[in-house]
Design a protein around this ligand. Structure first.
Ligand SMILES: [Zn+2]
Length: 405
């Protein structure tokens, strides 16, 4: 389980502290950092990008009026560009309040009209002010020394799947925000190429349809932020989606548990995370997806991600097993077997290892092993969604770990 402590520095990057400030106070900022603030606005999205020069982009504005006060609490009195990922109320509901409360230079959206009163009122307000409208076509916008690259949504589709994607880039620090995009839109972008990023905003409030292993393999986030309301009626974030994020990212934050999440990114790619509340594990799901049995060998744990998005038989790499070495010693696993309850087994190739504190992933389908990912090369799903037992056997046929669900 990953821990996310307030003020915690990403240990694997060997960061040095880049600022010191009171936990729970207003996030501090320093020159030469891009500030990425995921506001705590309940069930919805609202994020601020502030460049080292003080230029501000607002990406979505949550549902209600709360966003204006939160912007002011950060000393923000004008917006260089406001971007609506898509016109659902949990993204544009607060936009009219922003436009009427402070100067906004540009307003960008996906160009897809909506029929709601919220949308129509916002459009009328924009027309009545001096805001310059931009449609979200492929382009890069300079926000001081920070680049915002627009990833254009695919034509057609429902509103979620026409969400505008934004890459925030400051030197080697990159973040990706994609509104409420779902797997169809993510796949469309994957075909065109997506960057490997430092920070990923979980699409669609951490719902199951906003993530796939392919998406995470391409974006390779170190930090994932999920923007959602506490005990929201939609069940966001989905427990399996959380597991996907935890498998890939070092740190997973949630605005429902961690409040406002601020990431200060430096040009060399280093970053520092602050959150307004919650010193405990951010990624802890409300309910475990499955009971865990005690592993037979200390130091090794198994997790089975049985329920691939869509039909498991057609998404074989959407189901997989994660084996974590929690010990401080390198584990040599060549010749070991990973088996399901029906004795469908995978034998690890000679030389396979799990470094101390690291993990490997065993996918059901086909692929090229890179030492951290292995493939069972099965033609059909292995892990039963309704319950199964994964066991790991060492080269002397001794069971060393077991996971039942
Ligand atoms: Zn939404």
């Amino acid at each position: 389980m990953l821990s996310a402590i307030a003020g915690h520095l990403a240990p694997r990057l060997g960061l040095t502290a880049i600022c010191a400030c009171a936990i729970g106070g207003a996030p501090c900022r320093q020159a030469e950092t891009v500030e990425l603030i995921f506001l705590d606005i309940g069930q919805g999205d609202a994020a601020v990008v502030r460049s080292p020069e003080g230029k501000v982009a607002l990406i979505d504005a949550g549902r209600g009026a709360a966003v204006v006060g939160q912007l002011r609490a950060h000393g923000i009195e004008s917006i260089d560009i406001a971007i609506a990922s898509h016109p659902h109320a949990d993204h544009i509901g607060g936009m009219e309040g922003v436009v009427t409360s402070m100067p906004v230079r540009y307003y960008m959206d996906n160009g897809v009209p909506h029929t709601t009163a919220t949308y129509i009122k916002l459009m009328r307000t924009l027309q009545a002010t001096n805001v310059t409208y931009l449609e979200a076509t492929e382009r890069t916008i300079n926000l001081g020394s920070v680049d915002l690259t627009v990833i254009q949504p695919p034509p057609g589709g429902d509103l979620n799947s026409t969400s505008v994607g934004i890459v925030v880039e400051y030197g080697d620090f990159k973040a990706l925000l994609t509104g409420d995009s779902e797997v169809g839109e993510l796949n469309y972008w994957l075909e065109r190429g997506v960057p490997d990023v430092t920070v990923l905003k979980a699409a669609h409030h951490g719902s199951r349809n906003g993530v796939s292993p392919t998406w995470l393999n391409a974006t390779k986030p170190e930090v994932v932020v999920i923007s959602c309301g506490l005990n929201n009626q939609y069940g966001h974030p989905d427990v399996w989606a959380l597991r996907y994020y935890e498998t890939v990212a070092s740190e997973v934050y949630r605005t429902d548990l961690n409040g406002e999440v601020t990431i200060l990114g430096r040009r060399n790619g280093d970053y520092h995370v602050q959150m307004s509340k919650g010193k405990t594990t951010a990624a802890e799901p409300r309910t475990e997806p499955a009971p865990v049995t005690t592993p037979a060998a200390a130091g090794l744990t198994l997790w089975v991600f049985a329920d691939a998005p869509g039909n498991d038989h057609y998404n074989l790499n959407g189901e997989y097993v994660v084996i974590t070495n929690n010990s401080s010693a390198l584990m040599e696993i060549g010749g070991w077997n990973l088996c399901d309850a029906a004795s469908a087994c995978f034998t690890f190739p000679a030389g396979a290892v799990i470094p101390a504190g690291s993990r490997v992933v065993v996918y059901t389908g086909s692929g090229r092993s890179d030492g951290a990912s292995f493939f069972m090369n099965r033609g059909r799903a292995v892990w039963n969604n309704r319950g199964d037992v994964a066991t790991l056997w060492d080269s002397t046929q001794r069971m060393v770990a077991r996971y039942a669900y």
